[in-house]
Design a binder for this molecule. Structure first.
Ligand SMILES: Cc1cc2nc3c(=O)[nH]c(=O)nc-3n(C[C@H](O)[C@H](O)[C@H](O)COP(=O)(O)O)c2cc1C
Length: 209
């Protein structure tokens, strides 16, 4: 009996480590049928989306492919990363607010209650029609003392994550486009970024129309 009580308390405590408004995503389903060669063949930029929501199970697949942990023993990720800095943070922007993806726990940590999709879209209004957008931010502090050349390393690292997003979206029947266009200042403020954290790319994502 005592054993079960201890287990129940432990489970409750584990549950409370996900703050209110944070979202624990389901484990990503990695059993996706499209071959890599087919995904490469079909990859294309898509700028029109259905308004059907992208569910959390699908979002979990996209985020794991983007920069999730694929080698738990070394905590390395699906995207190659200069000096393994893992500087690319992925923010999830939806109508209900914005969240930071935490790869180690597969949790979305809420950082903003506002709908920032217009600020992700900037002057390209089509992007605001996507039910979800991912904003790729380089945390250049993660390059430590190697700050020389960190702008280039950050830009390159975001490209690897971006291509992963393109390919997984293709394989899952989602449309996306990599975009450098966005309202950088508003996003930096509303996402609570530091001076060292720079939005580089974003990906509106939605089901194909
Ligand atoms: C670094 C980068 C920035 C881009 N920025 C934008 C953008 O701001 N807006 C946009 O509509 N497309 C943007 N694109 C998408 C390109 O326009 C697109 O990849 C190109 O036209 C080739 O089309 P494809 O991706 O279908 O092959 C960007 C692509 C890259 C790689």
């Amino acid at each position: 009996m005592r054993k079960y009580l201890t287990l129940a308390v432990a489970l409750l405590m584990a549950g409370s480590s996900v703050a209110q408004d944070d979202i624990k995503l389901p484990a990503p389903n990695k059993d996706v049928k499209m071959t890599l060669m087919d995904a490469l063949q079909q990859r294309t930029s898509v700028r029109e989306y259905s308004d059907k929501a992208v569910d959390d199970a699908t979002l979990s697949q996209v985020l794991w492919a983007a920069c999730g942990i694929n080698r738990p023993e070394s905590k390395k990720i699906t995207a190659a990363s200069a000096i393994n800095a893992q500087d690319i943070l992925v923010y999830v922007v939806r109508a209900e607010g914005a969240w930071l993806f935490m790869p180690e726990t597969n949790v979305l940590h809420k950082v903003c209650d506002k709908d920032l999709r217009d600020d992700v879209a900037g002057f390209q209004k089509f992007a605001a029609t996507a039910p979800v957008s991912l904003v790729l931010v380089s945390d250049k502090a993660k390059f430590g003392n190697r700050s020389r050349g960190s702008d280039q390393l950050a830009a390159m690292d975001s490209g690897y994550v971006s291509e992963n997003i393109y390919l997984v979206c293709t394989a899952l029947g989602l449309g996306t486009v990599a975009r450098a266009t966005m309202n950088h200042e508003v996003l930096s403020r509303e996402l609570g970024l530091t001076d060292q954290q720079v939005p580089l790319l974003n990906h509106p994502i939605g089901w194909l129309k």
